[in-house]
Design a protein around this ligand. Structure first.
Ligand code: CTP
Length: 319
């Protein structure tokens, strides 16, 4: 089995490699969970040895200029040029500079959120992070509306907006971007070469229509640093998911961290089917050889942290 040891905790949680959701029983929400401040601070310190969320959340204007060449992190042989548009959208200072929040929500995209009624609770947190431009309006009761930071893998442009094939899809994406209304839009532009054109389209839309978002593009070292941190803690992640990246970053500026919509299993704790995403019909793919993610392994690590009070996972209904 895989061992999950977090920062020299005296009683390391040992878990097996089984993917069955039944083994992941999370204690009823309100009952026993208590925040462990000491452990949270220890984790923050440990992560700071690998990365600094304030810096690594985005490349800054001062460090690049138009025409600079960047090697993609996962496709080292492929390069991109820093375009004028990208340059213009790089922040001058970190969007997280000197930021501290009492409680943060990180909202993953699992279908476990459906009928959770967690929307209100999510919206009470001081800082709410969402992933991959997931829709909120139609699901507000279960996922809330507040969005302070939202990620957008370039593949979202293809999956959710038909690669902007016509004016209708362009308008849809534009509306979604407008609705972000000043929040941080976090685009991993330097990860994989496939996203080149899509990132450019989005940058162009934002500039042309004066969309009110604060764009951020994660640093070139973030991925490896996050992986390194978890490896040191014996969590052997091939490629961290967006959700895990967000947790790792959030430890820097959030006192308490609450996770919703993290459930990479096709059945819930009562053996009812769970959609992979709460908002579309994408199927579970992480078990396939081709998938670079190891979500169930990540989940075990997060569950262990939940049990130790370093974060709180909600995988059922909110009160
Ligand atoms: N997630 C989860 N269980 C699911 C679906 C998603 O725990 N059934 C979490 C993962 O941490 C994931 C995050 O929610 O990174 C956001 O979901 P999604 O947009 O689906 O991310 P992916 O595209 O699957 O993965 P990534 O963006 O990290 O490549």
């Amino acid at each position: 089995g895989a061992e999950v040891v977090i920062n020299g905790s005296s009683s390391p949680a040992v878990v097996d490699r089984s993917n069955e959701s039944i083994k992941h029983n999370i204690q009823p929400a309100s009952a026993k969970w208590r925040h462990n401040q000491t452990l949270s601070l220890r984790i923050r310190k440990q992560i700071l040895k690998f990365l600094d969320a304030e810096k690594d959340i985005s490349v800054l204007k001062g460090t690049l200029k138009p025409g600079d060449i960047i090697h993609y992190i996962f496709d080292r042989d492929s390069t991109m040029n820093v375009s004028q548009n990208l340059y213009e959208l790089l922040p001058r200072t970190s969007p997280l500079k000197n930021k501290h929040f009492g409680t943060c929500a990180i909202v993953g995209n699992s279908g476990v959120l459906l009928n959770s009624g967690c929307g209100q609770e999510i919206d009470t947190h001081s800082f709410v992070i969402r992933c991959n431009l997931a829709p909120v309006q139609e699901y507000a009761r279960d996922v809330g509306l507040k969005t302070d930071l939202v990620t957008m893998n370039p593949s979202v442009v293809q999956r959710a907006f038909e690669d902007l094939v016509n004016a209708t899809w362009r308008e849809k994406l534009l509306q979604r971007l407008h609705s972000l209304n000043g929040s941080i839009l976090w685009i991993p532009a330097f990860m994989a070469r496939g996203g080149k054109q899509r990132v450019e389209w989005v940058n162009e839309l934002i500039l042309k229509h004066h969309v009110n978002v604060r764009t951020a593009y994660p640093s070139l070292r973030l991925l490896h640093a996050v992986r390194g941190y978890w490896l040191t803690n014996k969590v052997h992640i091939k490629r961290p998911t967006t959700g895990l990246l967000m947790y790792t970053l959030a430890t820097r500026f959030c006192n308490q961290i609450y996770l919703y919509g993290f459930w990479p299993f096709p059945l819930d704790q009562n053996q009812n089917p769970v959609k992979y995403h709460y908002y579309d019909s994408l199927k579970y793919g992480y078990t396939s050889q081709a998938s670079p993610h190891t979500m169930p392994l990540e989940f075990k690590a997060l569950k262990s942290l939940h049990e130790q009070g370093a974060l709180k996972l909600t995988v059922g209904q909110c009160d």
